[in-house]
Design a binder for this molecule. Structure first.
Ligand SMILES: CC(C)=CCC/C(C)=C/COP(=O)(O)O
Length: 275
C-alpha cells in the first residue's frame, strides 16, 4: 500500500510534487541520503531506544526512522519505573526478612516475642473500639462526647479504608510470619498496608490534637506509635513498605477525620431534619 511518506524537492516548475514510497520496501537512495543529512531525522533516530535500534535492522529503514520521540519516552519510562520498583521490592523483602527477629520463639530475638505481642494488642482495633465506645458512654460533658464520637468514627473509617486497600492490593504477608494474631478479618490475611501502622499514626495524631496535652505524655504517644509500627516488622507480620505506607496513610486519614468532623450542631440539625 503506497504511503505519502516523503516529499521530493520542488519540481522545476516550482510546484511541489509528492513521492510515494512503500512501507515494506527500502526507500530510494536519494531519500535515504536526505534523511542522513537532515538534522531532524538524525535527532529522531538518536532518540530511538537501544532495543528498537538493535531489533529494527532493515525494518528501521522501512519506517524511515520516523518514530515520534514521545513514543520512545512512553516505552522507556515504564521500564525505568519498573526497574526502580523491583529494586525497592527486593530491598524491602531482604530487609523485612532480616528485621523479622521475633517472628518465632526460636528466632534470634524470639524471647521478646511475648512483649512484641503486647505491643501488637495495644494497637489492635478491638481495644481501641471498645475503649472509645466505653469513654463515649461514660463521658458526661458534651465536649468529651464529641471527641469520643469522632474517635469512634475515625476507627471505623480506618477499618473500612485499610480493609478496602488490602482487598485491592492483595499482597501476601512475609513468608516467615506465623499467623497467630487474635481477632482478624479475612482481609487481614493480606499485608499491605499495615492496619496497626495506620491506626497508630491516626490515633497518635488524634490524641495529640484533642486529648493529650502534657509534654511527657505527648512524647510517649509518639514513641508508642513508632514502636507499634516497628513491632510489625520485628514480629514478621509485615514488610517494611507495608508499615511505611501505613504510617503515611494513617497520617492522611486523620486529615480526613478533621474534614468529616461530627459536631453536636451538625448532628442536631441532621437528626432534626430526619424527625
Ligand atoms: C477485628 C478488628 C476490629 C480489627 C482487626 C485488627 C487487625 C487484626 C488488623 C491487622 O493489622 P495489621 O495489618 O497491622 O496486621
Amino acid at each position: 500500500m503506497p504511503s505519502p511518506k516523503a516529499r521530493s524537492a520542488p519540481s522545476a516548475g516550482g510546484a511541489e510534487r509528492y513521492e510515494f514510497i512503500s512501507l515494506s520496501r527500502t526507500p530510494p537512495p536519494h531519500l535515504l541520503q536526505r534523511q542522513g543529512s537532515d538534522p531532524t531525522a538524525a535527532r529522531l533516530r538518536a532518540s530511538e531506544s537501544p532495543s528498537r535500534r538493535r531489533g529494527s535492522g532493515s525494518s528501521s529503514s522501512s519506517t524511515g526512522g520516523q518514530q515520534l520521540p514521545e513514543e520512545d519516552c512512553m516505552k522507556l519510562n515504564p521500564s525505568v519505573i519498573g526497574i526502580a520498583l523491583s529494586s525497592l521490592l527486593a530491598i524491602d523483602l531482604w530487609l523485612s526478612k532480616r528485621l523479622g527477629v521475633c517472628a518465632r520463639e526460636d528466632a534470634s530475638w524470639g524471647s521478646v516475642r511475648p512483649l512484641m505481642k503486647l505491643v501488637e494488642i495495644s494497637g489492635h482495633g478491638i481495644p481501641w473500639l471498645a475503649g472509645a465506645a466505653y469513654s463515649l458512654y461514660k463521658s458526661d460533658s458534651a465536649a468529651g462526647q464529641e471527641v469520643m464520637l469522632n474517635l469512634l468514627m475515625a476507627l471505623v473509617l480506618d477499618l473500612v479504608l485499610v480493609g478496602t486497600m488490602k482487598a485491592v492490593v492483595r499482597r501476601r504477608r512475609p513468608a516467615h510470619n506465623r499467623m497467630d494474631m487474635f481477632a482478624t478479618f479475612s482481609v487481614d490475611g493480606y499485608s499491605f498496608p499495615s492496619g496497626h501502622a495506620t491506626r497508630a499514626a491516626m490515633c497518635a495524631r488524634f490524641l495529640l490534637a484533642h486529648l493529650v496535652l502534657a509534654a511527657p505524655l505527648r512524647v510517649l504517644v509518639l514513641l508508642w506509635a513508632t514502636f507499634v509500627g516497628f513491632s510489625r516488622v520485628l514480629l514478621g507480620r509485615h514488610h517494611v513498605t507495608d508499615v511505611a505506607f501505613g504510617f503515611l496513610m494513617g497520617y492522611w486519614q486523620y486529615n480526613l477525620v478533621e474534614m468529616l468532623w461530627l459536631s453536636p450542631v451538625m448532628l442536631q440539625s441532621t437528626f432534626g431534619q430526619l424527625q
